[in-house]
Design a protein around this ligand. Structure first.
Ligand SMILES: Cc1cc2nc3c(=O)[nH]c(=O)nc-3n(C[C@H](O)[C@H](O)[C@H](O)COP(=O)(O)O)c2cc1C
Length: 448
C-alpha cells in the first residue's frame, strides 16, 4: 500500500487518493468492491440504460464489503426514474454523485442521509454553482475524459482554475491514466483523482473481452467526442454533454452529420444490432485520451498500486530534491560562517574567538535541523523506515567537520536518488586541517 494520501482522502477513511469513476455498463459492484478493497473509493455507475433494479443487482457485490463505497448517477436518468435516487440513498454510500444536470435538489436528500455529495463539472462557472448548491466535493472533469462530459476545458487548466477560486476539495478527472498524470494533479492540489478509462480494461469490469481488447489496441488519437450514439439510440442527453468514445465506422460515417442520422432508421437499427452482437466496428466503447496507457487486462488493485507507486516516486522525489538542495545550501552558508569563526578562533583576536564560541551552538542546531529534514525525506520515501539522527545530534561540525557534512550530503543525495542504503555516519572519512582551504574554496564557488 502506498503512503500517497491527501487530507480529504484520510477524512473519507481511504488509503489511496483514487476513485473509480461511476461508469454505466462498466463500473458495476465487482469493480467498486475491488477498488474499495484496494484502498480507493469504488463507485457503482448507473448510466443511460440504468434503473433501480440494475443498481440493486450491482450492490449485491458490495454486501460483504467493510470499506466505504460510492454510487454515481446521471441527472436526466434520475429525473425519468426517481426511484433510482431513492434506492441509491437507501444503500448508504459514503459518496453520491449526480452529474450532467442543473437540478441540485438531490444534494439536500444526500446530506439528510449523512452522505457526501459530488458532481462533475466542465468549467469554473459550473463548479461555483455546484459549491453554492452544497456539493462537498467537485470533480474537475476535463475535455480529454472518457464517456459523457462537457468537452470545453482540458483537465489541468480546469483543475487549476477551480483550485484557485474555490475552497472545496477537488478531484481531477479526464486523462488521468498514468502515474505521471496522477502525480501532476496531486502536485497541483487535487484531493484525489477520479479515474474512468484507467480501470476500463480491468478484470472486474462489466465489459466483454472483445471490448477490453479494443481498448488495449487503441492509441491516444483514436478517440472522438461525439453525440452520434446518443442520437441513434434516442437517449435524451443534453447537446452540451457529448461522449468521448473510440472512433469506429459509425463515428467515421455519422460524426458531423447528426441531423441526417436522426432521420436515418437503418443506421439506428444497424447500431442496435451491433450493440446486441458486441460488434465494436459499429457499437460504442467509451474511452478517454488516456486509453493509450492501457497495457494489459489486470485486476483493479494492480492498477491502483502501480499508479500510486509511480506518482509517489515522482511527487516525493521532487520534494526530496527541493528539500535536499535547500538543506545543502543552508548548510553551506552556515559552514562558511563556521569556517570564518574557526579561522578567527585559531589566529584571530579575543573578540573573534568569543564570536566563534557564541556561534557554535547555533551552527550545531542548524546542522541537526538540516540533517533531520533530509532524514525525514528519506524516511518518507522509504515508507516510514530510513535513517534517524543519533541522540544528541551528529557533531559533524568542528574544526574538521565541513568535509564530513559535505560528504554526508553527497552520499545522502546519491542514496536518495539511487534508492541505495543511507551512509553510516561513523564511516565518514576523517578530515585534516590542510583540506580546509580546498573546502572553503569550493564553498565560495558554490555560494557566490
Ligand atoms: C466507459 C465510461 C463510462 C462512463 N459512464 C459514466 C456514467 O455512467 N456516469 C458518470 O457520471 N460518468 C461516466 N463516465 C465519465 C466518468 O465519470 C469520467 O468523467 C471520465 O471517465 C474521466 O475521464 P477518463 O476516462 O479519462 O479517466 C464514463 C466514462 C467512461 C470511460
Amino acid at each position: 500500500m502506498t503512503t500517497l494520501s491527501t487530507e480529504w482522502w484520510r477524512a473519507m477513511g481511504l488509503a489511496a487518493p483514487i476513485v473509480n469513476a461511476p461508469m454505466g455498463g462498466v463500473a458495476g459492484g465487482a469493480l467498486a468492491a475491488a477498488v474499495s478493497r484496494a484502498g480507493g473509493l469504488g463507485m457503482v455507475g448507473i448510466g443511460s440504460a440504468g434503473c433501480a433494479l440494475v443498481l440493486d443487482e450491482q450492490l449485491g457485490h458490495l454486501r460483504e464489503l467493510d470499506r466505504p463505497f460510492g454510487i454515481g448517477l446521471v441527472d436526466w436518468v434520475i429525473a425519468s426514474e426517481p426511484q433510482l435516487l431513492t434506492a441509491a440513498i437507501a444503500a448508504n454510500p459514503a459518496l453520491l454523485s449526480v452529474s450532467f444536470g442543473e437540478d441540485f435538489s438531490w444534494v439536500r436528500r444526500a446530506h439528510d442521509a449523512g452522505i457526501a455529495a459530488a458532481t462533475q463539472v466542465g468549467d469554473l462557472r459550473a463548479a461555483a454553482r455546484a459549491v453554492e448548491a452544497g456539493c462537498d466535493v467537485v470533480i474537475a472533469r476535463g475535455a480529454e475524459g472518457g464517456g459523457h462530459g462537457e468537452p470545453t476545458v482540458g483537465t489541468l487548466p480546469l483543475l487549476a482554475a477551480i483550485l484557485d477560486h474555490l475552497s472545496v476539495p477537488v478531484l481531477a478527472a479526464g486523462g488521468v491514466s498514468s502515474g505521471r498524470a496522477l502525480a501532476a494533479v496531486l502536485a497541483a492540489g487535487a484531493s484525489g483523482a477520479w479515474l474512468g478509462t484507467a480501470f476500463c480494461a480491468c478484470t472486474e469490469t462489466l465489459l466483454s473481452d472483445k471490448a477490453r481488447r479494443a481498448l488495449l489496441a487503441a492509441q491516444d488519437t483514436d478517440t472522438v467526442s461525439t453525440r452520434v450514439f446518443d442520437i441513434a439510440q434516442r437517449y435524451p442527453w443534453p447537446a452540451t454533454f457529448p461522449e468521448r468514445v473510440l472512433r469506429n465506422r459509425f463515428t467515421d460515417r455519422w460524426h458531423g452529420h447528426e441531423q441526417e442520422l436522426s432521420a436515418e432508421p437503418h443506421a439506428q437499427q444497424a447500431l442496435a444490432a451491433a450493440i446486441a452482437a458486441d460488434d465494436h466496428r459499429l457499437a460504442p466503447i467509451n474511452a478517454g485520451q488516456g486509453v493509450a496507457m492501457l497495457r494489459t487486462v489486470r485486476p483493479a488493485a494492480e492498477v491502483i498500486d502501480q499508479l500510486c507507486a509511480e506518482a509517489a516516486h515522482l511527487v516525493l522525489g521532487a520534494v526530496i530534491t527541493v528539500a535536499a538542495r535547500a538543506a545543502r545550501r543552508d548548510l553551506q552558508i552556515r559552514a562558511m560562517a563556521m569556517l570564518e569563526a574557526h579561522d578567527g578562533g585559531l589566529g584571530g583576536s579575543a573578540r573573534e574567538r568569543r564570536s566563534a564560541e557564541r556561534m557554535w551552538p547555533a551552527v550545531v542546531a542548524i546542522e541537526q535541523l538540516a540533517y533531520r529534514t533530509l532524514a525525514a525525506c528519506w524516511a518518507m520515501e522509504r515508507g516510514g523506515g530510513g535513517v534517524s539522527a543519533p541522540e544528541g545530534g551528529l557533531s559533524l561540525f568542528g574544526p574538521s567537520g565541513v568535509a564530513r557534512f559535505t560528504t554526508l550530503l553527497d552520499e545522502l543525495s546519491t542514496a536518495i536518488q539511487t534508492g541505495s542504503a543511507p551512509p553510516r555516519l561513523d564511516q565518514l572519512p576523517p578530515f585534516g586541517a590542510a583540506e580546509i582551504t580546498t573546502v572553503r574554496d569550493s564553498l565560495v564557488r558554490e555560494i557566490y
